[in-house]
Write a protein that binds this ligand. Sequence first.
Ligand SMILES: [Zn+2]
Length: 176
Amino acid sequence: MESTNGFGLERIVAEFTAWVTSLATRVADLKNEQDVQTLDLDLRNGGRRILLNLMQTLLQAAVTQQMEQTRICPKCEARRRHQGVRPRKLLSSFGSVTVKGIYWRCPDCGECGHAADSLLAESMSRLMQGRVSLLGVSLCSFDKAELVARRILSVPVDDNTIRLLCMKEGWVAVQQ
Ligand SMILES: [Zn+2]
């Protein structure tokens, strides 16, 4: 467990263990198809919540670890100044995560940037972009794509976001 120290991963492992233990107590109550359906749904939702938490924790750990390196200005290599800690959002395939990082400003050339810029250049992960644009293009309806994203991917994405994404990437998704 040494390598997980400091990242908050012990908490996630403990949460997972507690979840599995609570699921185990339900074995005696599984009597019919309805019970199995409920179990199926609970596993999907519970698992996704834990994976979302894991995604957020790992990304935050990466941003924190690289924080000091990102201080160096990419334009002129001067040491940039701390402008406060700001949140940065990412819509991953597990749902929305938020990481916090320092916003830097260069005193020499004025170049600004967030510590997470190189990791989270876009507001949606590439995997999620691929899935969402595939839905939008294959269903030929952004309303339907919004519904399917919510039901199948269990991640809310509004129809306008899907429309913009398809305009940008739709043709690529169709070809794939
Ligand atoms: Zn600079």
